[in-house]
Design a protein around this ligand. Sequence first.
Ligand SMILES: *Cc1c(COP(=O)(O)O)cnc(C)c1O
Ligand SMILES: [Zn+2]
Length: 476
Amino acid sequence: MHFANEYDKLKVEPMPYRAWFQCINEKCNEQYPLNKIIYRCKACDSLLEVKHDMQALAHRSAKAWMKLFEDRYKSTQWPYGSGIWGKKEWVLPQISDDNIVSLYEGGTNLFWAERFGKIIGLDNLWLKLCGNSHSGSFKDLGMTVLVSQVKQMISEGAPIQAVACASTGDTSAALAVYCAAAGIQSIVLLPKGKISMAQLVQPIANGALVLSLDTDFDGCMRVVREITKDETIYLANSMNSLRIEGQKTVGMEIVQQFDWEVPDGIIIPGGNLGNVSALGSGLLMMRDLGLITKLPRIVVAQAERANPLYRSYMKNFESFEPMEAGKTLASAIQIGDPVSIVKAIRTLKQFNGIVMDATEQELADAAALGDRTGMFNCPHTGVALAAMIKLINAGKIDRSEHVVVISTANGLKFTDFKVNYHEETLGFPSTYANKPIEVPANVGAVKKALTNALKKKNEQKEALENALKNRRAKNV
Ligand SMILES: *Cc1c(COP(=O)(O)O)cnc(C)c1O
Ligand SMILES: [Zn+2]
């Protein structure tokens, strides 16, 4: 025995890493192979999650994993330069490299939002820009995994004709573009009139079969669940936990970008709640494999008009009731009946979680204030920033804390939101509106306009900075 153990330690050849679907219901824990067309447990109908052979992964030391991830990060070594596939062994170990459909996702920048932080009262605030990605949102992180697995299943003879999703916009954009890259047909079901033009144009351009349904996201979700009962149409919504496997790298990547230091808090906007579950799952895996020893606190931010998780949080998660989501500028999180509710609550309990919501004006003003300090926010990032400001004001986040806000999409996808804000046509005051000034085309008029406008800009800047001083004075 003794010799066998010693021998095991010396073995250097890579272990065969393995992953499978497992029912999240602890009383069931039924397992299924990843190449089975299945989205919920056959035995108890709970959601599934991807589980890994942690013992095999633990054969490599934490230090060795960190070194491997660092060596691959943004390298030119295909497919390992991708933020997802650089962590392939932790994501989808059994896929053949030939079937990987990667558009070099992940590896997005994490920047110190120094000026915004100072204005709202945080010294160490960072933004993780997941929207600086191929299709302009974090959805790419999960879609590369799902579409790669589909490609692998097709190569093994699975009768998949198309991949379908219901979407509030960004999922369909990511699905369409990854499918287009792989030569697989995509189908997207969108709620008519509820997504931005920029989001609609993406799946159209990428050749998806686009169906516009006169309902909301939850209505589209109900339909897509029915049509994907036919196994030739594969379901790409985040109920499919393959996407979570890709998305879980976001927390890992943040920690890696901080030289393996764990921040105190991570704030993430939540709708269907797959992403918060993914964030938690990646961080737990890092802890279990010894790469980190502490966990950050996780904050989920919701729009007040679509805040079923917040309502449940206010009741200590003792009950959960789906709601009909009201119209919100944060259209990607206009969801009243989140698919991943059970996983999200589990995550929040493990991460000392907080849920906070934000009104339309709060989210729009927070996004605009962020833009004033060098960001270019989508409304969902606005929700996260607004929730953070409220938590700082309530004393739940301390000014010395190291905080990361996950920015979920690129602001360029939401130009209508921004234009309407600055034209002050959103139906509430736009605190940071910045309207163009119309001036006759002569130097005298321009000079005069500039003198006035610069004075006004300076006053605005002083007002922002005074607001901070007042807050500080109140805090001490
Ligand atoms: C999908 C999406 C979200 C919400 O993510 P969930 O996993 O549904 O909670 C937030 N912001 C943007 C921009 C999105 O596209
Ligand atoms: Zn089950």
